[in-house]
Every structure is written in C-alpha cells, then in structure tokens.
Design a protein around this ligand. Structure first.
Ligand code: GDG
Length: 483
C-alpha cells in the first residue's frame, strides 16, 4: 500500500514572509479545516499552491520554504502572478464558481482564462506525477482542479484517483452553457471515483455525462473505454470533537481566561438578559446570501417591531477573493446596508447589527458560536455549509436554534433545524419569531438528534468512506479489465 497524495488549490498552511522570516499560518476555509485531521495522521503528502506567487518569493528563500512546508507534510506548486490571475481569479472564480452556484449572469467565458486554467491544471498534474508511484492513491479536491484526474490518468493508467467536488454540481441546463463543458467532464472522468456532497449534485453530474458525452450510465457507474467510473455522494462532516471540546473548555474558562470579545458579549448579555444574539458567519461571497439576509432582517424588524432592542445580529463576513469585481461590489453593498439599517433602527442603548469584516481566530469563533442563541445561515447556494454543523457541535447544553437555507447541502442532513427558502422574507421572519420563542426543551430535543448525527458522520468518517470506496472501485475495475 503506497501513500495518499492529497491535492488541492491551496495548502493547509499559508506562507507569509516578513523581513526574510517565513511563518506558516493555518488556512481558513471549509476544505483546509475539514481535511486537517485526515492529513495529520498516516503516510500522506499534500500538494498545493502556497498562496505566494513566484514574484513574491525571494530566490534565497525557496529552499527554506520547501523545508517549512515539508514539516507540514506539504509540497508546493509554483504559480506566477499571471497564472493566479487567469486560473484562480479568472476561470475558477469568474467562470466556474458563479456558474456552479447558479449565478449565470456573473459567469464570464474568456478563452484566455480557460487556456491558463488548462496550463495550471497541467502543472498540478505534473507535481503529482513527479512524486507518485503506481501504488499511491491520489485524492484531487475541488473545482479549481477538474482537469487533473485525466491529465494524471494519461500518464499513469493504473494509478488510483479520486475526485471530490466541494461546491454544487449544477443542473444540466446550467452546466450546458459552459463552452468547454465536454473537456471539463472528460477531465473529471480520469478519476476512478467522483464524489459530491449530495445525491442531487450526483444526479446532475450523471445527467450531464449522459446527455453531453452520450456515455453509458448504469445506476451510478459510468463506462468509458475499458474503465468503470463510480459516482457517489459523501456528505462532508466536521471535526466534531474539536468543536465540542473547545466549547466545553470555553464554558469552563475563568473571567481572566476570557477573550476581549467574550467579555463584551457577556456585558451585553448582562445589560439585557432577555435579548437574543443572532449569528451570521460566512466568507463575504454572493452565494452566501449575506445582503439578502440583511434585507430580511430589516423586514423582520418591521414585521415584528416588538423585537426592537431585543435582538442583535452579529454579522461576521470573512474577506474573500477581493480581487474579483463582484466581491468588491458586494462588500460595498453590505457596508452600505449595515450602515443604513443601523442608522434607521439604532437607539441610545441598542445597535441592531454588529458587523465584523475580518477573519477571527478560532477561539473567537467559539466565543461567537457559544454565545449565540440563534445561528442564521441563509446561503442562496452552498455545496455543504460547515458553519451550520460547527454551531450545533458547540452547543454543550443543547440549547440554540439553527435557521438554515434549504439551498445548503447540509440542509439534507439537518432536518431538525428550521429550514427556510432564503428568498422568502415572510417565511424567514416567521422562522426568527419561532426561534426566539422556541421552548428550551424543544431546542434540546432537536439538537440532541443533530449532535448524535454530526458526531457519528464526522470528517474522519467522511474521508474514510471516500477512501474505502475508492479502494473498492479500484479492485472492481481490475476485475472488470481482466474479464
Ligand atoms: C466550501 C463550500 C463546503 C469561517 N470564518 C472563520 C473561520 N471559518 C471557517 C468555519 C468553517 C469554514 O471556515 C467555512 O466553511 P463553509 O463550509 O461554511 O464554507 P466555504 O468556505 O465556502 O467552503 C462549502 C466546504 O467547502 C467544504 O466542502 O461546505 O459549501 O463553499 O469551517 O469554521 N475560521 C476561523 N475564523 C473565521 O473568521 N478560524
């Protein structure tokens, strides 16, 4: 049995260079957070881009960087600033991301970015080929690297390759608009196993394969030349223990050990014991429905004026892809909306929205999860949404209400939350009203079920299920070939 090679756009650590010293900072984001526990054990190598372009890395530090990364079981793919522009900000985030999240009008079809995407995918494939032996298992992650499986397969027909998509796979009607749709599908089909978060994404993918490539699809197996490719859903879990234990530790902390943020949250709780904290956490991304959520909050305050001074929305928007114009526009929109609503509704003792535009340290994330009575997550489209799962995991006494968009992949596994359509302000306002008044026993009943499920289907199980399925597939494929 060889080693496992994980490959994703970004490494699990980010490099920063200050006055010639290198520091490795853990990455924020669903994938980095989720895979950490998988990568920390066993024989594995993680290949990805370091986050620094070739132009930003001084010649004399190249070796030190490689050494620093090797300590984290990582190896870097080097990208120039132009490659990052065309591959990452371009095709990945101005074409695929909006298209796969059903924002067709934001999707740009630029031949140059597509060419760069292909060239950079080849660089990632070459990095794998340089390190891999035929016994190794390759696990390729996400929408930035959809051509990598086929590029590796061409040179290593026998190697075992799995691919997992962390974002939705859209319906055929959306996907067919992509000018390079066949190439993308063929790129993915280089894998032995292709995984999605939900059954719906899986069906959408199979339908595109059938209709665009005319391939034979039997149940969830695709036949291509002498190979069989399996397609399946693997809903990603969280590192449940990490969140529940951090919350327990947090709840036992003394006044002295508390963070400044926690002290402020406590002060506000004491001054208005009946007031409820609503929590909203996302990367600042149009797919997350942040602007709509703020409009819905205004609608709610007008529909239920009795909650003025009784609720506070803590809005954490984590900076993301700020080079892409749509994200700059969204930032402006959110800033203005928060300003307008706070201006309209604030009183001397109450500011309805506490707005943080930054990434917070893990401890502060736990402060927010444990101090909030309601988590309010209303993405317009979201592959999974791990924040919803993390919030529930931190509720040590099992109180707390989750209001979740039915457009998030996690809604499939979180039926005990209050599921809403993020475009329906009437329904959202009523869900907030229900959540505020939900009896403690009812909250605990729902969260007991949710916690049990999340604890069982944690990120380790997700990774093991995927790896075992990949192993089975390889065995089956060999039997098929030898027939
Ligand atoms: C993509 C898909 C899918 C957030 N803010 C801070 C912080 N976070 C951490 C959370 C959570 C992660 O980032 C966000 O994960 P999500 O799943 O909610 O969203 P995406 O980043 O869009 O992830 C998504 C995921 O991939 C996995 O497949 O679920 O649908 O879009 O873990 O805790 N962490 C810290 N400070 C913050 O301010 N430390």
């Amino acid at each position: 049995m060889g080693k496992t090679i994980i490959i994703s756009n970004r490494l699990p650590v980010q490099l920063q260079i200050n006055n010639g010293t290198i520091t490795a900072v853990p990455s924020v984001g669903g994938l980095a957070t989720g895979m950490k526990s998988v990568h920390s054990g066993g024989d594995s190598l993680w290949i990805g881009w370091s986050g620094l372009t070739d132009e930003q890395i001084p010649e004399e530090l190249v070796k030190d960087i490689d050494i620093a990364l090797a300590k984290h079981g990582s190896s870097k793919v080097c990208l120039t600033a132009d490659e990052v522009e065309g591959f990452y900000y371009g095709f990945s985030n101005r074409t695929v991301w909006p298209l796969f999240h059903y924002f067709l009008e934001y999707s740009e079809f630029e031949l140059d970015s597509w060419e760069t995407y292909k060239a950079v995918n080849q660089k990632f494939a070459d990095a794998i080929l340089e390190k891999a032996t035929d016994d190794d298992t390759i696990w390729v992650h996400d929408y930035q690297l959809m051509l990598v499986p086929q590029m590796v397969r061409e040179r290593r027909p026998e190697i075992s390759i799995g691919f997992f998509l962390h974002i939705p796979f859209p319906s055929f009607e959306i996907f067919r608009t992509l000018p390079w749709r066949e190439e993308v599908l063929m790129g993915l089909l280089g894998a032995d196993l292709i995984g999605f978060h939900t059954y719906d994404y899986e069906r959408h993918f199979l339908s595109s394969v059938r209709r665009l490539l005319g391939l034979e699809v039997s149940f969830n197996d695709i036949s291509l030349d002498d190979r069989v490719i399996k397609v399946d859903s693997f809903p990603m879990g969280i590192d449940y223990k990490k969140f529940s234990e951090a919350a327990k530790e947090h709840n036992n902390s003394t006044e002295k050990q508390k963070s400044e943020l926690q002290k402020r949250l406590d002060t506000h709780k004491k001054s208005a014991p009946d007031a409820k904290f609503l929590l909203s956490i996302d990367r600042l991304d149009y797919s997350k429905g942040i602007a709509k959520r703020i409009y819905a909050f205004e609608y709610f305050l007008n529909k239920y004026p009795q909650y003025k001074e009784k609720v506070r929305l803590v809005l954490l928007a984590v900076p993301s892809r700020s080079n892409v114009p749509q994200y700059q526009l969204l930032k402006k929109e959110v800033d203005e909306l928060v300003g307008r609503i706070n201006g309209e509704f604030s009183t001397v003792s109450w500011t309805p929205i506490w707005y943080f535009y930054r990434s917070m340290p893990f401890e502060n994330l736990i402060d927010l999860y444990t101090s909030s009575d309601i988590a309010w997550l209303t993405p317009l489209r979201d592959g999974m949404n791990l924040v919803a799962k993390e919030y529930i995991a931190t509720r040590v006494d099992k109180t707390g209400v989750l209001i979740l968009s039915e457009m998030a992949g996690s809604a499939n596994e979180m039926n005990e939350s209050l599921l809403i359509n993020p475009n329906n302000f009437e329904q959202i306002s009523d869900a907030l009203h229900t959540a505020i008044n939900m009896p403690k026993a009812e909250q605990q009943r729902r969260n007991t079920i949710l916690q049990k499920r999340l604890e069982r289907y944690n990120v380790e199980k997700w990774a093991n299920d995927f790896m075992n399925s990949l192993l089975d597939q390889k065995k089956k494929d060999h039997t098929y070939i030898s027939r």
